[in-house]
Design a protein around this ligand. Structure first.
Ligand code: UDX
Length: 460
């Protein structure tokens, strides 16, 4: 993503990866080949426009570092079991780069820039790796990216801020050239600071965003679920009308997923523990979010009187949010594990983009219970013949589901809405369906009698 967007700025960009097939896919410029690796709206167009003019993919790292001003490190940094960041890939790449930089012919200043989210102090660690290989005339930098999936291209073109952490004016100068259109921009903040501060900005931003979500899920949603006549949507409006409080994060849900929040908060907890700082607040945000993913399944039992044993349950929305096939940390994983753990006989699953990636996650070789999951090509097919429905992501197409539900399944039928996606839920209740959403008390008949065999209508 960063390589493509930089090439769009008019820089000459050479992208390297140790996966030859991936390089070939990107070099081909073929949408299908590229989208096997990354499916980000707008990305393929940029690659096709700049390929061979500004953007090149190469497996010859030795050649492409000659004459380069900046090397961006965009490595995967997965979590270890204790939450700490696994720097194995990062370190291997840094060592390899250091060996090559040490023997480059070109003696110009080169800045090595961390784009990946890495623990505070990693730029310093990178500096040590370079020095140990006797690399000359180099600087290290932290330049975190704040892009959200699905809107990454748009945000990269028009970020809120660009954060650049360096030690040396020469390196700030190189990066000012890279981001020249954002320096002195009237609306985009261009922030220059130390590498450590830049690294910390990324962790504090992501953990604060997750804390917003956890605050709403752990406090706002619970008030709506426990006190009669509290309307969660009005509560949100009333609170977020305060200019100091963001609306982002106020949309209550069955937990936030994705590749960043869970991993980053676990890493920051780990980093702070090592320096003997209390991590109570971060732990609470993390725990609220993790339990929130399955809380609605528990409420279905305690509040709606539903029994999952031997039931067929539809799960709609498998990816961690709409417009992506990304399953990393998706709430649906915990939801489905919980449903199967509570004895569900069958899961009928559907996601407009993520069925294929979900199959890889729910691999029966990892857990035999995953054998009970079937995937469908539409919400309709997935709902037909089930005893209850769980909505786990915010795909727009789920908003109009109440009519579909009425056409396909008869009450008693339980709708568990983890994303408050059914605005006309009162129609369902008036027809005796039971509706249980995050942020509100159960509505419609309870207990939703699990023992009754549901007479199914013919599919519409
Ligand atoms: C996030 C950050 O937004 C981004 O700045 C950072 O660089 C990477 O992590 P991303 O993981 O792509 O980006 O997803 P985001 O759109 O932030 O959503 C994260 C999760 O929170 C999703 O599961 C989303 O559905 C959920 N969410 C978001 C809520 O539950 N409620 C909200 O109000 C907002």
């Amino acid at each position: 993503m960063h390589a493509a967007v930089c090439s769009e700025y008019g820089h000459e960009v050479y992208a390297y990866d140790n996966n030859q097939e991936k390089l070939e896919a990107f070099s081909s410029g073929q949408p299908q080949a590229i989208e096997r690796y990354v499916n980000e709206p707008g990305l393929v167009n940029i690659i096709r426009e700049t390929l061979g003019r500004y953007l090149y993919f190469s497996s010859d790292l030795d050649a492409i570092i000659e004459g380069t001003d900046a090397v961006f490190m965009c490595l995967p940094t997965p979590p270890n079991l204790d939450g700490s960041t696994n720097l194995t890939f990062y370190d291997a790449a840094a060592e390899h780069l250091a060996e090559l930089l040490a023997r480059r012919k070109d003696k110009r200043r080169v800045v090595i820039v961390n784009k990946s989210t890495v623990p505070i102090g990693t730029a310093r660690h990178l500096e040590r790796i370079m020095s140990s290989h006797k690399v000359k005339n180099f600087g290290v930098s932290s330049n975190p990216e704040f892009l959200a999936e699905g809107t990454a291209v748009m945000q990269a073109r028009r970020p809120d801020r660009v954060v650049v952490g360096c030690d040396d004016q020469q390196d700030f100068t190189i990066l000012r050239r890279v981001y020249s259109q954002f320096v002195n921009h009237v609306r985009i903040k261009y922030i220059e600071t130390s590498p450590e501060t830049a690294e910390a900005i990324k962790y504090v931003a992501n953990t604060m965003l997750l804390t917003y979500i956890s605050f709403w899920n752990g406090v706002g949603a619970k008030i709506g679920e426990k006190f009669p006549n509290v309307v969660i949507d009005d509560l949100r409006l009333g609170v977020t009308s305060d200019e100091r409080i963001s609306t982002w994060g106020s949309f209550v849900s069955n937990g936030a997923g994705g590749s960043c929040f869970g991993k980053d908060i676990a890493s920051l907890i780990n980093q702070l523990r090592k320096v003997n700082v209390s991590t109570k607040m971060l732990e609470a945000s993390y725990e609220v979010n993790e339990y929130q993913k399955v809380y609605l399944v528990d409420r279905a039992i305690t509040e709606a009187g539903f029994k999952f044993n031997k039931k067929t349950i539809t799960v709609l929305g498998l990816a961690f949010k709409k417009h992506t096939n990304d399953m990393r940390d998706a709430s649906s994983i915990k939801v489905i594990e919980s449903l199967l753990g509570k004895g569900a006989a069958k899961i009928k699953a559907y996601d407009p983009l993520a069925n294929e990636s979900a199959r890889a996650v729910f691999d029966p070789a990892k857990n035999i219970l995953f054998d009970k999951i079937d995937y469908y090509e539409s919400a309709k097919e997935a709902i037909e013949g089930s005893h209850a429905l769980f909505i786990s992501s915010d795909c727009e197409e789920f908003r109009g589901l109440s009519r579909t539900i009425e056409q396909l399944v008869q009450p008693p039928y339980l709708v568990m809405d983890g994303r408050r996606m059914i605005p006309d839920f009162s129609d369902l209740i008036s027809r005796n369906y039971t509706y249980l959403a995050v942020g509100a008390m159960a509505m419609g008949p309870t207990p939703c009698d699990a023992e009754v065999l549901i007479p199914l209508r013919q599919s519409a």
